[in-house]
Write a protein that binds this ligand. Sequence first.
Ligand SMILES: C=C(O[C@@H]1C=C(C(=O)O)C=C[C@H]1O)C(=O)O
Ligand SMILES: [Mg+2]
Length: 482
Amino acid sequence: MVSISSVVQMPPRQRLRHKLEFFFDHEIHQLPPAAKAKIIRIQVDIDRLDPLGWLSQQTAEIKTYWSDREGRFDMAGVGATDILHSQSTPDFSTVFSHMQQRLPANASVRYYGGFSFQPGSSLAQQWQEFGTYRFVVPQFEVYAAAGKTYLACNFLLSEDLPYPQQLAALLNQLNQLSFTPEKPSLRLPKVINRQDFPSQWGWQTMLKKALNTLQKDILAKIVLARRSDFLFSQKVEPLSLLMAIQQGHTRLFRFCFQPQAGKAFIGASPERLYHRLGCLLQTEAIAGTRPRGQFLADDQSLGQDLLTSEKDNREHQFVVHSLRESLSQLCKLVGLDQAPALLKLSQVQHLHTACNGILVDGVDDGKILSSLHPTPAVGGYPKQPAREAIEQLEPFERGWYAAPVGWVGHDNTEFAVAIRSGLVVNDQLSLFAGAGIVPGSKPRDEWQEIENKIRAFTTVLNPGQNKRRPLPIDSKIESKIV
Ligand SMILES: C=C(O[C@@H]1C=C(C(=O)O)C=C[C@H]1O)C(=O)O
Ligand SMILES: [Mg+2]
């Protein structure tokens, strides 16, 4: 028997091992049968540890990272206790209810993952492992919240194996984790080639077609994206790239979904699709863009220009209008900002409108997600013709770009919109970003707008290029009436 004081001083692995052994020896027998069918989480407090840095040192194939925009928690996950994964069209409500059945009433147990942008369409080869949806409960987590760090183990009990064997399997996995004090490497291999899809010339042609359709058709806004492929001199570590693009204290959703070694979808998105806590729903419109200025004065004048731009406000209002439409169906009470404010990020500034609601009884995540996604911030308006036009016009498949990614908890769900994101496959990175096209859009300006949006990535890929003085990154949204 180990005394309490010696347990406190033990390194993380031993502490978790003792707690797991204690659980299997004593506590498991008192568990009600209903609890045995759900995910069980055993966790210990550990000394402060950066979850992302820790994750980058793990050798596991399956890795998951999620960092909350509001700074509520950071989760670095290794392995998978449960995986929901499919290549076919999902029924959203069934996917969510499957997760809910296995989630215990423990707020920190979550499924992490997402859906593809067009879950109704087949997936290109490079997105197969991600599927039309993929959600994972990590086997082990380094989890940081409210100034504390934890090491946690999640597991499902099996009825077919004796408990000692199940414990032994978990301890074996625990032994594979690494806890080295070394600082993770931020070094990225050299970029040896960049190719854009479409090319700048192809973009002009594509936008001409889109602008023609906007004139003739019922389509009022379409968001078109570009893919920029980077080839590195050697394999690139997705988490090193994610660490490298962490700039200042910008409030972003940062994520990495790595279903297998050498393949990961990473990103740092400013945009929330929705957050649900019980019946409280939070969503937002983010659309309309200017770069950040070099100096405070031109930064402010770019912001002012954005707030008063007729074209950007038009782009923005399609999103607001569509949110209003969706929330009028989903909610019994809706609150919306009266006018857009500026959201300042490290490289660009956007128009932002916050939107909240109280859900009608019985509205589940499946209904919320299928009603909101894709918002006209990443799809277009009206939604269906916009989706079809995107499929026709874009020369690549979006896969998980601009799709809902996030987590599902016991009575709490959050999805971000997976923009400012990239797919890493061994020595290649495909970066994605798009721009809202409305009548009056100029192909060259929209090309540049996208270039600005991926600058958080491109500055770290080409060190020395695009250097500019960092301006204050305002974490709060500057309220101004247009
Ligand atoms: C589609 C993207 O961004 C969206 C398009 C914006 C715009 O066109 O002004 C602004 C923010 C996002 O809603 C992207 O970054 O890929
Ligand atoms: Mg725009």
